[in-house]
Design a protein around this ligand. Structure first.
Ligand code: PRT
Ligand code: ZN
Length: 293
């Protein structure tokens, strides 16, 4: 039987249509079991196995769509949300699309600190964040708002210096600019509308967040299996403080046990070295797809 979905009850999620955040956001959604395709050709995509519609937008429009309740959730850079001053709630920082909004000036100019910007022309696509930054310091700048290729503004004598996003710093260097100070660090965030939602949508968001947190936690963890002499189990437990209730299985070989547990990825190598010293052997590490604690 064909059942049509009531679109008013579907969760609407805004993602960037085509840009730096698109692939990682699509991977993340696929990673939490939300199936869809054709997102490159359509502006709206229905997903197959979760009551979600995806809206594919320019990143600049995402905070406003979420603020206005056109979309319930959105994936977008913190830089864009702060610049648009949208009234939304940040649910999670997602640690991709990382960059920083920085002041930069030509190597040849004698602008080296924020104070040197007094009375200068600053080109940027981030007029609000730039105005706030200098305003808070009591520094008077003239903002020249441009939407792209900000880095060449000083060469074109449109401005004395710039405020722009930086990730590797390669673009600044290629244009003879020096990075002077960071205005804000940015990452992709999951934002939620502040509009009152129906109980059905609230429940969908809760389910979505359980999957999301499981996926994010899994990305930071690894499954570890090892063999150890029975006598070293206590020492091994003390090496892995997060190990609340490891699975301990006796092995055919007397006096040996197999231990299975989950360890934080960022401590993995340190833990393995200590385990080896404590007598562990045959240590195997596996990625985890998802986990619900
Ligand atoms: O079409 P649409 O409006 O959706 O996309 P867009 O062209 O406005 O944005 P896009 O896809 O370039 O970037 C989307 C988001 O990625 C940004 O809002 C940031 O949150 C994030 N991000 C991460 C970056 C960068 N890193 C980045 N390096 N966005 C832009 N840059 C640019 C920067 O503006 C500069 O021109 O890359 C250049 C500097 O890079 P480096 O590595 O040379 O320092
Ligand atoms: Zn944009």
């Amino acid at each position: 039987m064909n059942r049509t979905k009531d679109s008013s009850t579907s969760l609407r999620i805004a993602i960037q249509k085509s840009g730096r955040l698109t692939d990682k956001t699509v991977d993340l959604l696929h990673g939490i079991g939300i199936d869809f395709d054709n997102y490159k050709r359509n502006l709206m995509v229905k997903t197959r196995n979760f009551d979600v519609e995806l809206l594919l937008l320019r990143d600049d429009d995402i905070p406003e769509y979420v603020q206005d309740g056109v979309c319930d959730l959105g994936f977008v850079g913190a830089n864009v949300t702060r610049e648009t001053q949208a009234d939304v709630t940040v649910l999670r920082g997602l640690n991709y699309g990382n960059c920083r909004l920085s002041l930069a000036a030509p190597k040849s100019a004698d602008i080296r600190t924020a104070d040197d910007f007094d009375g200068k022309k600053v080109a940027t696509s981030y007029p609000n964040l730039t105005r706030d930054f200098f305003g808070n310091k009591g520094i008077d700048v003239q903002i020249v708002e441009i939407s792209g290729a900000v880095e060449i503004a000083p060469q074109l004598e449109v401005a004395d210096a710039i405020v722009d996003l930086v990730s590797t710093g390669g673009t600044l260097r290629a244009n003879g600019l020096i990075e002077l100070e960071t205005i804000m660090e940015s990452e992709t965030e999951l934002i939620r509308t502040n509009h009152e939602l129906s109980p059905g949508k609230k429940e969908l968001i809760e389910r979505f967040m359980v999957r999301m947190d499981g996926h994010l936690q899994a990305g930071k963890s690894r499954y570890m299996m090892l063999n150890a002499p029975k006598g070293s189990v206590d020492e091994i437990k003390s090496i892995i403080p997060s190990m609340k209730s490891p699975t301990i299985v006796p092995l055919a070989e007397d006096e040996m046990v197999a231990i299975h547990t989950v360890v934080p990825f960022n401590e993995l190598w340190l833990i393995m070295e200590k385990l080896k010293e404590a007598g562990a052997s045959d240590i195997v590490i596996l990625p985890i797809e998802s986990m619900i604690l």
